[in-house]
Structures are given as C-alpha cells and as structure tokens.
Design a protein around this ligand. Structure first.
Ligand code: ZN
Length: 390
C-alpha cells in the first residue's frame, strides 16, 4: 500500500538558499532541454496542408529523448561545474519531466487526453525536486538529511506509521515555506477488518448544494469556514487583476493570493479527511460514482465545479478505507440521477429540477437521494459479482 506524508521543514537561511539555488538551476536545465526538443521538432516536421516553397534541408541530428538528454547531464557538469552541487538523482529527474510534458502534448496521457504545448518555466515556477531513492536512516527524530543541502529540522506533526518504508522524498517550495513529501510504501498484505460486514454499505452522490448526499438520507454540507476561505480567495484574485501589471502592489497581491490558495487547499483537505473518517466510522463499504474525466465536460457541467475537490476526496476516502481494512467501490455513473431507485424506470429531468417524481410507481424524493440509492444498489451488485468470481 502506498501513501504519502507531508511535513513542513525549517531550513536555515543558508539551507533555504541552497534549495532556492537548486530549484533555479533545475529550472534553467528544464528550459534548456525543452528548447532542445522544440528545436528538433520544428526542424523535422512539415505541415500537411502547406509546404514552404523554399525548404532548407536540416542537418540530421539525433532526436532528443529521455536517454540521450539524461546522458548529456555528464557533459553539463563538466561545462557548468556548479551543477555538481545538485544530487545526481535530483538532476536526472529533469529530463524525465521534460519527456512527460512532451508526451502529454504529442501522445496524450493514459486516457488519451492531450495537454497543451509545454511551457518554459519562469522564475519561481519550478517548485519541487525529488530524491528518487531515499534511505530510511536519513530521516530520524526531527531531522531529515537531504544530500547536498544538509540536515534540516522537520515539524513532525504525526509519526510515520509502523511498517512503512520511505521510497522517495520531494522538496517543495510553497507560498508559506518549505515542505518535504515522503512517499511511503508498506509491502505487507492489506488486512480486512475482522468484523467486516458486506451489507453495511452506503452510497453517496455529489450534491449541487450539499457536498454529498448519502443513501441513508444524511447530507454533508461544505463547512462555513471553507466557504469563507473560498470567498476570500476570490477577492484576492480580483485584487490581483485590478493592480497594474509589473507594479509592486501587484506583486504583493500575488503573494497574498498564493497564501490564500494554500489556505483553501489545506482547509479543504482537512475537511475531506474528517468527512472520510465520519463515513467509514458508520459504514464498511462506501459506493461512489466512477469519475469519468473524459466525459466530464459534456455530461456533468454543473457538477464539475465540485469535481476537483471530489476526486481528492475519493482518493483520501479510498486510502483511509484500505488502511482500515474497509472498502470503497466505484460504480458506473451513467444515468444514476435519471433512473428511479424504486422501480428502475427512466425519468428524464433537467438539472434544475430538484425532485425525482416517478410517473410509474409514484415514488417522490429528492433527486440527489434518489441517485445515492442507485449508487448503493450498483455497489451492492458489483460486490456480489466480485465475490462470485473469486
Ligand atoms: Zn418508479
């Protein structure tokens, strides 16, 4: 099982300087490797619909890829010796990042979704670097040893769970300071809660007004403090756009905006953790809709406002369930709000219609509750199919 823990670190001024310098050097190298790829790409393609009358023959150059770009780092350290101040694992991550950005642009990700043309990173936009192989004994008590940076104090607000090994460590610069993210792995077999009841299942639906509506009729609203923080974020955004570009006042407003972004993200995460705990205290299995990223824009436009938060919540919920020997089941989301949870009849309704009224069986209930009951039914069904096949 894989989880990740994030801790705030307190580098000395000198150490912070080293981290900043490392990030800046990595940024330059990232931009350089990206430019190398663009250059080759521009020289070796020809638009299908128009061909230039004058065409120069480009000299044949090897196409930059992850391996030859990684190999070029050896020469880099000779030409620019200050790059020796960066740990080799950290430096090797740069060509990988470039490859990823390029692949996502030209080939698309695992779901076939393509991203935009990769961008060069401006000052301060390269924010994180990773040690891909980390030794457990480099993190003891409240101190972490980062190669080429030093021993840094860590605020350990919760200990690393027993049985977990540290795989990688990332250092990130955020608006309010520096953080390390440890990716942890436990190879032991996941356990199942001893008194696990397969029929103790609840279905939940993302609500438009509520954060979720559960099949037992309970609802959870996004808390007031979160909505307040979100409102403050919006006003911080407006403040930035009102200020003149390049002005000091704008710079300050951007800094404030960064802090507010962080606050909202933290608050939301905290709310997600608490909500997940509440759900799993009551139920052994939680059924949710499978997130369909591709079809999101078309089918769930109105819901998509909540979706960024929702997918984080589902991830937290799944991890928490796995830790506790419980289960989260993702079901097919098609038509969960149209289907009648009582008789299965399809009742079409616009998003504005808040009630589900069935003309066949005369069931009448809130549309979100109707959907949640359908999700629970699909979860139960999927669970049965699973146990039959195993
Ligand atoms: Zn019905």
């Amino acid at each position: 099982m894989k989880i990740s823990y994030q801790y705030k670190i307190k580098p000395t001024k000198e150490q912070a300087g080293k981290i900043d310098k490392t990030l800046e050097m990595l940024r330059c190298q990232y931009n350089y490797l990206l430019a190398q790829r663009f250059e080759w790409y521009e020289m070796n393609r020809c638009p299908v619909d128009r061909c230039p009358l004058i065409c120069h023959l480009p000299e044949l150059k090897e196409q930059p890829n992850y391996y030859n770009q990684k190999a070029s780092l050896v020469q880099l350290k000779i030409d620019r010796p200050w790059y020796k101040e960066i740990h080799s694992q950290v430096l090797q991550e740069v060509p990988k990042k470039v490859e990823l950005a390029f692949d996502r642009w030209l080939k698309g990700d695992a779901n076939g979704k393509k991203s935009g043309r990769p961008r060069f990173k401006g000052r301060g936009q390269y924010k994180t670097f990773t040690y891909s192989q980390f030794k457990r004994h480099h993190f003891v008590n409240n101190k972490i040893t980062l190669s080429k940076v030093g021993d840094i104090k860590v605020t350990v607000h919760r200990p690393i769970p027993v049985g977990f090994d540290i795989k990688t460590v990332s250092v990130t610069k955020k608006a309010d300071g520096y953080y390390v993210t440890l990716s942890l792995d436990d190879k032991t077999v996941p356990t199942i809660k001893p008194d696990f009841k397969a029929d103790n299942i609840v279905g939940i639906d993302v609500g438009l007004i509520d954060f979720y509506v559960a099949s037992d009729g309970s609802r959870v609203k996004a808390p007031k403090y979160l909505r307040k923080a979100e409102r403050r974020l919006k006003s911080a955004q407006r403040r930035v756009s009102r200020r003149k570009k390049g002005s000091n006042r704008r710079k300050k407003a951007i800094q404030k905006l960064g802090k507010q972004h962080k606050k909202v993200a933290d608050t939301r995460k905290d709310f997600h953790f608490k909500t997940a705990k509440l759900l799993l205290d009551k139920s052994d299995i939680v059924a949710v809709e499978k997130l369909n990223i591709k079809g999101l824009v078309k089918t769930r436009l109105a819901k998509s406002i909540n979706d960024a938060g929702w997918s984080q919540f589902v991830t937290i919920l799944s991890n928490k369930a796995e830790n506790a020997g419980l289960k989260v089941i993702a079901v097919n989301p098609n038509g969960t709000s149209q289907e009648c949870s009582n008789c299965g009849n399809k009742v079409k309704k616009p998003l504005s219609q808040r009630m589900h009224n069935c003309p066949v069986c005369h069931a009448s209930l809130c549309r979100d509750l109707n959907a949640a009951i359908n999700i629970k039914a699909r979860g139960t069904h999927a669970l049965k199919a699973q146990s039959m096949s195993s």
